[in-house]
Design a protein around this ligand. Structure first.
Ligand code: ADP
Ligand code: MG
Length: 703
């Protein structure tokens, strides 16, 4: 067993956090930086120089040789370019270690190879990275040694966002402004800032590294493209919350240690529903920090898994037939005084503000359901959403019995006069009962569930950044708040106006509330009757990004320009097409070079057996039948392979864009399924010794 340690001693030791800054920076510089962090004031170069110098000294003490602007281009993963601290050698031949304020604040990577969706002409390949000083710098230690990582935003020469962080920060600004307006109406003049809090729960699979390396599909695409179900799947539910095996436990221990040192509040770990599936949840943090930390979580899971002879699969659906992985995005709004706007509160006064916040969120989610759905779209997630798995592709809101009942009374009679748990209420809507923080809400089928004092958006894919969904959440709720404030700020009788508005929103958007089983066929029909969108695939989801409604929403709050949205839609179509193209080609490769040859070899030995059994004077009926069965399936495999080759070539020859992405979805993807079917049947009847790769059973149960 590796050494034990005291968490408090190591937590944040590799973070240039507030305590470190306070300790190391001159008072005035620290104050200026704090102002910049809290109020968004600009930092002058002289101050930046001092910060950079101290940051460098600190990082070098931690063993750092390099620094990097750590950013999140639209590839879904983070990017970094490392520069060492050394400067040109002096005459003595010695080098100095230097790091200037300019280098801290701004970087200039060659951006030509990052997706820009046409935003950046190739002759102007410059991109800029700019320090996000609200997310602390940290030192990361790995095989490359120690590196000072500076969280940054990434923009084009002309200021257009080329990353996830820039729009996220803009959306945080929008929700801050509109939330402040709203709480001012309720007499809160003290709070200076409202920040979205985010806690993403990360699901993942662990498989043995040696077996992983024997599967080209896992190597190239992160998921299995062939594979018959083992005799045992997840039907016994014996893995969920089960005892964590020693190999996994020792992996988790190292993951936690690494994360804690980098200031990531890794909190909860447990086995998930599927065999070999696990979950890690941190304590929630400010949205931009949570997004950065989630990237660190994903990277650390992968790195530590490799050190333990395993591979961490972050794909949304590594195995057909067992549960896939997602990322529950817990979201709430917190004032700088620590009040949560999604907390129902204890006094009528807080209750009514809560009801307004709640109904604004219902309105936001109902009006922008397609956009919210889009924010969770990635190629891997198509296997979960709308594929009879958690959660469905239809957006609805789960409120729980008590809240739903209060809203229903509001809608039907205009006043809520009683509550399910606490009996009679006295003065209508103003006295929402104190809500029991019902941790028993485990309606896991709802994509957007109220869980006591936060909403949990459960659609996000396990491999995806949580930036996208939080950008949308922040912006659509900011819009609803802004519309409500427009009405209420003008009202003569505030009490009456707010009552009417809550009732109006509850009535108009009640259709989005659904507490039942989201997996049932009845819900699909019911949702259709209610007019709720059911968007089953990424290619069908992308158009929501560029509707006139979406564009004017994002432009209103300066989160995205039209050009930025159009470029993002283009990038998404490209990403989809590329992902399916790689999968199709991997299948073609595996079928042609591994599976078909293995079966041909096996049929030859079967044929030999048939002959020798016959020579021995026995009727080789069983052997001959098996040979026939396998030969028929082999024929189907070859036929399906030829079709897949043809449609993949056709797709690849098309011009990039929506039409191509649709072709991949409509023609290539089904051809992949057609190839998989006979191969999986063959796997069930061919000698295991003859099968050219580890099976599902080997991967899932022998970690
Ligand atoms: P579970 O849903 O698995 O039962 P919890 O609901 O307790 O677990 O927490 C899941 C995640 O939600 C954690 O990351 C937690 O920090 C986060 N969380 C808890 N409260 C809030 C909140 N008010 N706002 C945002 N995230 C929160
Ligand atoms: Mg949860």
């Amino acid at each position: 067993m590796s050494e034990l340690f005291n968490v408090a001693d190591i937590f944040g030791e590799n973070v240039f956090d507030d305590a470190t800054m306070q300790e190391r920076l001159p008072k005035k510089v620290y104050k200026d930086l704090k102002k910049m962090i809290e109020e968004g004031k600009e930092l002058d170069l002289a101050t930046a120089d001092v910060i950079a110098h101290e940051m460098k000294e600190w990082a070098i003490e931690k063993g750092a040789t390099h620094y990097t602007h750590w950013f999140q281009p639209l590839t879904g993963v983070t990017a970094e370019k490392h520069d060492s601290f050394i400067s040109a050698p002096m005459e003595t031949g010695k080098v100095l270690m230097s790091f200037s304020g300019k280098e801290l604040i701004k970087g200039e990577p060659d951006a030509s190879s990052f997706p820009s969706g046409g935003l950046r002409a190739t002759f102007e390949a410059r991109g800029y990275t700019a320090w996000d000083c609200t997310s602390p710098a940290f030192v990361r230690k790995d095989a490359a040694g120690a590196t000072l990582c500076i969280p940054t935003a990434f923009c084009s020469y002309t200021g257009e966002a080329l990353d996830q962080k820039t729009p996220l920060l803009r959306s945080m600004e929008a929700i801050n402004e509109q939330s402040l307006r709203l709480i001012r109406l309720f007499g809160n003049t003290r709070a200076k800032k409202v920040t979205p809090s985010v806690g993403p729960e990360q699901e993942y699979f662990l498989v043995d590294a040696k077996k992983f390396l024997e599967r080209k599909d896992l190597i190239y695409t992160g998921r299995t493209l062939f594979g018959a179900m083992p005799p045992k799947g997840q039907e016994l539910d014996d893995h969920y919350f089960g005892t964590i095996r020693q190999r996994i436990a020792s992996f988790m221990k190292d993951v936690n240690e690494e994360l804690w040192k980098m200031g990531v509040t890794s909190k909860t770990q447990h086995n998930e529903v599927a065999p070999a599936q696990h979950e890690l949840a941190p304590i929630y943090a400010k949205a931009n920090v949570a997004v950065d930390h989630n990237q660190l979580v994903m990277q650390t899971l992968k790195r530590i898994a490799s050190e333990h002879g395993m591979k961490c699969l972050l794909h949304e659906k590594p195995f057909a037939g067992v549960n896939g992985s997602g990322k529950h995005n817990n979201w709430s709004l917190t004032t700088d005084e620590g009040k949560n706007l999604l907390d129902p509160g204890e006094t009528p006064h807080e209750n009514i503000q809560f009801l307004l916040v709640l109904t604004c969120i219902l309105k936001a989610v109902d009006e922008h359901a397609a956009l919210l759905r889009e924010s969770a779209a990635d190629p891997g997630n198509d296997h979960r959403l709308g594929a009879n798995e958690a959660p469905p592709a239809i957006i609805s809101v789960f409120l729980g019995e008590q809240l739903e009942d209060v809203l229903e009374q509001l809608v039907t009679t205009g006043e809520a006069t009683h509550s399910l748990n606490t009996g009679k209420l006295e003065t209508g809507v103003r006295t929402l009962p104190e809500l029991a923080k019902d941790t028993s809400d485990r309606n896991r089928t709802s994509p957007f569930a109220f869980t006591g004092n936060k909403f949990e958006f459960r659609m996000v894919g396990s491999r995806d950044s949580v930036a996208g969904s939080n950008i949308v959440l922040n912006t659509i709720v900011a819009d609803a708040f802004s519309q409500a404030c427009d009405v209420l700020e003008k009202a003569d009788d505030f009490e009456k106006a707010v009552h009417d508005l809550i009732k109006q929103y509850a009535t108009e958007h009640y259709r989005i509330v659904f507490n039942g089983n989201g997996y049932s066929d009845e819900w699909v029909k019911e949702a259709e009757r209610r007019g709720l969108p059911n968007i089953r695939s990424m290619v069908d989801a992308i158009p929501a990004l560029v509707t006139e409604e979406t564009i004017s929403l994002f432009e209103k709050f300066h989160v995205f320009t039209r050009a930025e949205l159009e470029s993002r839609a283009e990038i998404k179509y490209e990403n989809y097409a590329k992902a399916i193209n790689i999968e199709a080609r991997t299948m073609i490769d595996m079928a042609s070079k591994q599976i078909i040859p293995a079966i041909i070899k096996y049929t030859r030995s079967l044929a030999d057996t048939v002959n020798s059994v016959r020579e021995a004077g026995v009727d080789p009926q069983v052997q001959a039948d098996l040979l026939k069965e396998i030969t028929v399936l082999l024929g189907q495999t070859k036929e399906a392979l030829d079709v897949l080759k043809k449609v993949t070539e056709e797709a690849a020859a098309m011009e990039e864009g929506e039409r191509q992405a649709r072709y991949y979805h409509d023609s290539v993807f089904p051809a992949m399924e057609e190839l998989r079917r006979p191969v999986d049947e063959l796997e069930m009847i061919v000698d295991k010794e003859a099968w050219p790769m580890p099976s599902y059973g080997d991967l899932l149960f022998e970690v």
